[in-house]
Design a protein around this ligand. Sequence first.
Ligand SMILES: Cc1cc2nc3c(=O)[nH]c(=O)nc-3n(C[C@H](O)[C@H](O)[C@H](O)COP(=O)(O)OP(=O)(O)OC[C@H]3O[C@@H](n4cnc5c(N)ncnc54)[C@H](O)[C@@H]3O)c2cc1C
Length: 414
Amino acid sequence: MRKYSVFAVAREALRDHTGWDRAWPNAAPKKRYDVIIIGAGGHGLATAYYLGKNFGITNVAIIEKGWLGGGNTGRNTTIIRSNYLQDPSAAIYEKSRSLYETMSQDLNYNVMFSPRGVMMLAQTEHEKRGYLRTAHANKLQGVATRFIGPEEVKKLVPIINLHGPRYPVLGALWQERGGTARHDAVAWGYARACAAMGMDVIQKCEVTGITKENGRVTGVNTTRGDIACDKLGVVVAGHTGVLADMAGFRLPVESLALQALVSEPIKPCMDVVVMANTVHGYMSQSDKGEMVIGGGTDGFNNYTQRGSFHHIEETVRALVETFPMISRLKMLRQWGGIVDMTGDRSPILSKTPVEGIFMNCGWGTGGFKAIPGSGWAMAELMAKGHSPLTEEFSMFRFREGKFIDESVAAGVAH
Ligand SMILES: Cc1cc2nc3c(=O)[nH]c(=O)nc-3n(C[C@H](O)[C@H](O)[C@H](O)COP(=O)(O)OP(=O)(O)OC[C@H]3O[C@@H](n4cnc5c(N)ncnc54)[C@H](O)[C@@H]3O)c2cc1C
C-alpha cells in the first residue's frame, strides 16, 4: 500500500488525483483464518493491528455486520483522557493515551489527535474531594493530572459561568495532554494498516453462530458462509450479550443507548474539553466549529442506536447553566450508540469458558480513549495467553468479587 506523504499529495495534485489506491480492499471471506475478530470497531481493528505488528500474526479476518466504524466508534464524542482512579485502569488508559500521541505517524494516517486538555469540573464538595483523591492517585501512577482552582478554570475557559444557579464551579481535575481525535479516522487508519499487512476486513457479514468442538472454538457461522478459525476475539460492544449467548456463556454486561448531539458551527470559542459531571453534560468544539455535546444513557436497557427527546432537553439545560452563551445555538444532529456497561464500570479483557474465545467489552460510555491500549493488550492476551495490562480485567473477577470500581471516573457518560 502506498505511503501517504506530502510528496504523494503533490504528485497526485499534478495528475488530477487519479493515482490513489483504495484505502483498503473490500475483502470476501476465506474458508479459514488463524484468528477471527468479530466487530470492526476501533477495539476490534486495533486488536487485529497489534496482532500483526507486535506478534507477526497476519492470517486474520475482522468481520463486521455493518460498515467499519459504524458502531460506537463512529458515534462517540471523542474524548481522550487517562485520569482514572484504580491502578489497573490508569495503566491501560495511560498506555492508550500515549499511543494516541504517535498514532498518526504509526499508522501513516492523520487521526487528528488534538491534546488540547480535558477538565472535569468539581461542582460539589463531594466531587471536589473525589477529584483531589484521583489527582493524588494519578501522581503515584505517573499520570500527569492536577487539581486546579476556579480562577484557572476561568482562564482556560473564558465562556464558562463559575456561579451557576444550582452548582458553583469549585475547581477541576485537569489533564493537559488529554484531548480529542477524529473517531472515523482512527477506524479507517487501523483498517488500512491491517489490510496492508494482508488481513481481510470483511464488511456486511453478520456472525450468526459460533461453532465449538470439545470445549474449543472451531469457527463462526455468518451471513456469508461458515468460516473456521483457531482463535476468536469477540469485540462487539453493545452486542456482547448476544455473542456470549452464541458462545454458550453469560456476562455481567448490560446494553444501553447513549447519545450525543452537535450544534451549528460557530467561531472558535472553547479550545479545551469540559466535562460537567454533576449537572451531566460535556462539551468540546470540533475543528469545523460545531459544539460537540454528550449526555447520559437511557434509564432502561435497549438496542436502539437512536437518541431520545428528554435527553436533549436535560443535557442542553445542564450545559446552558454552565455555558449561558450556548442558549441561542441551534442543534444540528443527534444520534445514539449502544454501550456495554459492567457493574464496576471497568472493561472485560478476558479468556472465557470456551478455549480459544477471548472477550473484549464493557468499555461502556468511555472506550474511544482506550482503543489503542485495549488493542495492544488484547493482542498480547490472544497471542501469548496473558498480558500484564489485562490481568485484573478478567470476566471472572465478578465471581471472585475483585471489582475495579471506576464509578467516579467512568460513571458519567464520556
Ligand atoms: C454517544 C456516545 C458518546 C461517547 N463518547 C465517548 C467519549 O467521548 N470518549 C470515549 O472514550 N468513549 C466514548 N464513547 C464510548 C466509545 O464510543 C465506545 O466505548 C467504543 O467506541 C467502543 O468501541 P468498540 O470497537 O468496542 O465497539 P463498536 O465501535 O460499537 O464496534 C463493535 C462492532 O461490532 C459489530 N457487531 C456487532 N454484532 C456483530 C455480529 N453479530 N457480527 C459482526 N459484527 C457485529 C457492530 O456492528 C460494531 O461495528 C461514547 C459512546 C457513545 C455511543
